[in-house]
Design a protein around this ligand. Sequence first.
Ligand code: AMP
Length: 118
Amino acid sequence: MPEETIFSKIIRREIPASILFQDDRVTAFEDIRPQAPTHILIVPNKLIATVNDVTPEDEAALGHMFVVAAQVARAQGIAEDGYRLIINCGDHGGQEVYHLHMHLLGGRRLGPMLMRRD
Ligand code: AMP
């Protein structure tokens, strides 16, 4: 079993977070250090450390994350203008919390996907 992170405690409501949506598979809450006017994390309730740890039995929960992302984006009023979904994986991906999660970012034009290095 991978080691639990702070996200498991948020999912179990043991520590405070601004939870916008929760059902038996997924929890969505506001990122504590927002990088855009809307910055929400969509997290499977089951602890999966990274995308590398995904198995076929996770397909339903992972697919559900997209359904919830679209639902939350509509509820936040950013669906029409558009938004960005990001999943970081591991060290080079910039992952800080080792409980797989999708960032939902929007509320302004986000610019290029990656910083250019040239
Ligand atoms: P990542 O770099 O993809 O692992 O992203 C982790 C994200 O979790 C960062 O954007 C953090 O700001 C966010 N984060 C860390 N701790 C909390 C927390 N207690 N509540 C909400 N968001 C958090």
